[in-house]
Design a protein around this ligand. Structure first.
Ligand code: ADP
Ligand code: MG
Length: 572
């Protein structure tokens, strides 16, 4: 639908009032617009609490060149046309006021390109008026940049809190929408540091891991649709996840409610959820919940507050009962546990937790970092990219400490090196340029019948990886060459390990690479000099999957500056 000015009668029916209260309200309006435009990727950037800079980029439908002017006019919208539409709003926006209100109190730049257009549009506005307009090439989607918010309204500026506080309001908005729209990939960057990235794969549990961490995610219970349980409320669907009673919070900040995926404040919904935990949670404690209530648009009224965060249900009792019953059921029926995929879980376990000690201080207590790392504060690191890291040092001859744009990195040197070598070995093998080391004297390798059967089946794969073996009598082989990286290492053990493995399933060449990588990688406890560590970091940065070793264990733990601040209790 094209953008059009609303009829004055419709305007008169729209809840009047200011939507731009603080930077986070700008973010909310822009993110809602991006979602209404069907974006699958939304990036939010804020500088200095959003006062100097706010930018929201999406890959949605874009605004056609013929409509860009209209977009900034008050009461211009593409989402509703008449009174009837107000009764059944299916988009997040409908008032046609946000862009106009934002442009009135800031400098705004719009860069957009609609589907089907070959060139996009650029528009710059000051004090609500267009000061520059041109055509500009860009991919489909929209970027809105808001600078110097409230500079012309000092009274409003004065009301704002510290940049850190405004940042946290912005983060809260983005976080809520990331939970409401797991199919959208959200990225939030505050003062140049990426603080949230969701995978956008449609799984709420994966967004929850990113937002609340693995510990919370592990304790979330899924709300499975069940009309019978829900009682006589056929038009309402309650979906989402709630925390098991074992995890509670001291405030209600962890209650996220969406109605038809609109983020809302609702005392009714809070009450319904808390009622469901009755008798299961101590007084003064509050549960964690992420709930979406789907309900026919005609059953609710969102047009009661300009910020559209308040909502009125026509039949409150029905909504209360549906939510309370469905949450109660999720808590009481243990079968409804959402599955956390192993790969995701693997990223956050402590480095080689099974067999390596954490750094211990002389007084035998765990160092604060070690104490903090493995559990609540470790967070999954995006699977495929690693920023440039600055070396800080080594602890316990085992972990490399480095700094990146998003905080502190603790890297398990053995696991990291294993990953690097694993990728290198695989690449060399597939390009048939494996580096081999010839043995001056061929070594004999004698094995049992079972192992012999394994070895015979895989003798070519062994050769492909650098182990050239020649049959030499019954169950004895002459080893002519070994992979160069295993030179002077315990390559015999690699052969034993592989031929001993009874489980013949899986990709044998891959297992071979893993074993070679494991036996040739730097060990834990090996003191490295700065150059060696830097080289390791550089190679890890170049790895295709730097975050886990070939066995799936994490190579690193990342503690963001925000987490450190939290741990040291220095907020704001
Ligand atoms: P509303 O969202 O209530 O319609 P806004 O002032 O927020 O009002 O936006 C005005 C119009 O500009 C929208 O109706 C929409 O057509 C267009 N628009 C705004 N942001 C975007 C965007 N990110 N992508 C595509 N269109 C947009
Ligand atoms: Mg809008």
């Amino acid at each position: 639908m094209p953008i059009k000015l609303l009829d004055p009668q419709v305007v008169a029916r729209i809840a009047a009032g200011e939507v731009v209260e603080r930077p986070a309200s700008v973010v909310k309006e822009l993110v809602e617009n991006a979602l209404d435009a069907g974006a699958s990727q939304i990036t939010v950037e804020a500088g200095d609490g959003g006062i100097n800079l706010l930018r929201v980029t999406d890959n949605g439908t874009g605004i056609p060149a013929s409509e860009v002017d209209l977009a900034f006019q008050r009461h211009a919208t593409s989402k509703i046309t008449d009174m009837d539409d107000l009764e059944s709003i299916s988009t997040l926006g409908f008032r046609g006021e946000a862009l106009a209100s934002i442009a009135a109190v800031a400098e705004v730049e719009l860069s957009t390109c609609a589907a089907g257009e070959s060139v996009g549009s650029y528009l710059r506005l000051k004090d609500g008026a267009v000061v520059e307009q041109s055509r500009q090439g860009r991919s489909q989607g929209t970027t809105i940049t808001v600078k110097n918010l409230f500079r012309s309204v000092p009274a409003r500026l004065k009301f704002l809190k510290s940049p850190a506080t405004e940042n946290s309001h912005i983060a809260s908005v983005v976080t809520q929408y990331a939970l409401a729209f797991p199919e959208v990939k959200f990225t939030l960057s505050l003062n140049g540091r990426t603080t949230l990235t969701t995978p956008g794969n449609g799984r709420l549990i994966d967004s929850t891991i990113e937002v609340y961490g693995l510990d919370v995610a592990r304790n979330m219970l899924e709300i499975a649709p069940d009309k019978e349980w829900q009682g006589g409320t056929p038009d309402i669907t309650v979906a989402g996840m709630v925390g098991s009673p074992a995890i509670s919070r001291a405030n209600r900040n962890y209650l996220s409610f969406f109605v038809n995926r609109r983020w809302v404040n609702s005392r009714l919904l809070s009450w319904a959820v808390e009622e469901a935990y009755h008798g299961l949670m101590m007084t003064g404690k509050h549960p964690i919940a992420i709930l979406n209530v789907s309900i026919p648009a005609a059953e609710i009224d969102v047009n009661i507050h300009p910020a559209k965060t308040e909502i009125k249900f026509h039949n409150e009792r029905q909504v209360f009962s549906a939510v309370q019953r469905m949450v109660r059921r999720a808590i009481l029926e243990p079968s409804a546990v959402p599955k956390i995929e192993d790969t995701t879980a693997a990223y956050v376990a402590p480095p080689s937790a099974a067999n390596q000690p954490l750094p211990i201080r002389p007084d035998n207590t765990l160092s604060p970092v070690a104490r903090l790392a493995p559990t609540t504060f470790s967070r999954p690191i995006p699977a495929f990219s690693l920023p440039a890291l600055r070396l800080l040092g080594q602890i316990a001859g085992t972990y490399i400490v480095a700094e990146g744009p998003d905080g502190l990195y603790l890297i398990d040197q053995h696991a990291a090196h294993e990953r690097i070598l694993f990728e290198r070995i695989n690449a060399q093998r597939s390009e048939k340029r494996v580096e081999v080391q010839g043995l001056l004297e061929p070594a004999t390798f004698e094995i049992g019948p079972q192992q012999d059967a394994v070895l015979r089946t895989h003798i070519e794969e062994l050769a492909g990886s650098g182990f050239l073996l020649e049959a030499f009598g019954d169950r004895t082989y002459l080893v002519r060459t070994v992979p160069a990286c295993l030179d002077r290492k315990d390559w015999l053990n690699v052969l034993r390990e592989l031929t001993d493995a009874v489980d013949g399933s899986g990709n044998w060449s891959e297992k071979l690479s893993m074993s070679i990588a494991c036996h040739s990688a730097i060990r834990a406890g090996q003191v490295l000099n700065d150059d060696e560590m830097r080289e390791l970091l550089r190679q890890l940065e170049n790895a295709a999957m730097p975050n886990s070793c070939p066995h799936g264990r994490p190579t690193m733990i990342n503690l963001s500056s925000g987490q450190l601040e939290k741990e040291f209790g220095r907020r704001g």
